[in-house]
Design a protein around this ligand. Sequence first.
Ligand SMILES: Nc1ncnc2c1ncn2[C@@H]1O[C@H](COP(=O)(O)OP(=O)(O)OP(=O)(O)O)[C@@H](O)[C@H]1O
Ligand SMILES: [Mg+2]
Length: 398
Amino acid sequence: MGWFPCSGRSHKSKAKVMKKKKNLELQESPLDRIKPSSENLKISSSLASKEASKIGGSNHISESAQIFTFRELAAATRNFRAECFLGEGGFGRVYKGRLEATDQVVAIKQLDRNGLQGNREFLVEVLMLSLLHHPNLVNLIGYCADGDQRLLVYEYMPLGSLEDHLHDILPGKKQLDWNTRMKIAAGAAKGLEYLHNQADPPVIYRDLKCSNILLGEGYYPKLSDFGLAKLGPVGDNTHVSTRVMGTYGYCAPEYARTGQLTVKSDVYSFGVVLLEIITGRRAIDSSKPQGEQNLVTWARPLFKDRTKIWQMADPLLQGQYPPRGLYQVLAIGAMCVQEQPHLRPAIADVVTALTYLASQKHDPDKQRDQSSRQSPCSPQVKGRAKKLNRKVDLREIE
Ligand SMILES: Nc1ncnc2c1ncn2[C@@H]1O[C@H](COP(=O)(O)OP(=O)(O)OP(=O)(O)O)[C@@H](O)[C@H]1O
Ligand SMILES: [Mg+2]
């Protein structure tokens, strides 16, 4: 998946195309508008904008991000050795490394110097992550801006990205069970809620997708990649106008059409991620038959036909999910991907609903026990489906 100012692209063409398609609007430093008094924000806006012009020098950007020399990071990755390579995205390659000074294991992202917009994106990423701190956002340890080198140093997330577990599953890898999927969905929603409701002014993430949800020990999810983030509207404004950027398949339709960005654009992307988590399908999958290639287009008619929603569960779950829970999560997903942005829920309501659902642990052994006593079409099962066959109101499950 990649970023697009005007069109989508195939998954395989990854880095090369993405480099060309990156763009950020930094004519006005977005950080000028962040209130320095907020307790979450660790550096002052004036410092941020001053420091923005200093990038490339050796000045401190924030109180929390450390500055590394290129030599230190080359040593940490044993000269960017192939065995340390973790993956590659639009910004460049990512390596696992160990910092010599502290022995800390880290992930080091090296900007591909042929990229067109990478430097601006680097700056936004450093400044945003220096200002924003939450358990569900990846922690930026530091950066390197020696000469024309641009590297970002993050906490290492041992379980990789959600995409690796949902779509790019290596043979022998454990499948994500229902409880883990719910935990990841609720945690990712909390990270987004922090950006929308606790950051002041709100931050619109703009790049929510499975490859940007990284997983720590116990599948603890953290949002990563803030190079596209924008500060949200302030005062009476309802939206910010930007050039359309994002990833094909995740981008809200009204934003793609008009370039008017609101927090509800992120809620749409979150809905797409939620559908991927439940169905195991990709947001866009050109290997599927026509009509099934776009996840939202495929899912919409199924939402309306309640006898068919069971078809939406990821086959890899092998039927191991709570029927009521599946119905409720799909209802949340359906609300998030509505065409009209004002009909989408606020992310705070999504957090409340998903936190509740994640707390309802599903016990597959109990389910196996019950289903061995009931045929799939038994009256009990039909009755249960009928009971679920009504509109789910988020307030009901608070
Ligand atoms: N902090 C980290 N810890 C562990 N692995 C990471 C970390 N950050 C990135 N990775 C891995 O590196 C790979 C590339 O990540 P990157 O964010 O550069 O690309 P992407 O998310 O696939 O694409 P995009 O550039 O569109 O965000 C991913 O497979 C991801 O799993
Ligand atoms: Mg990424």
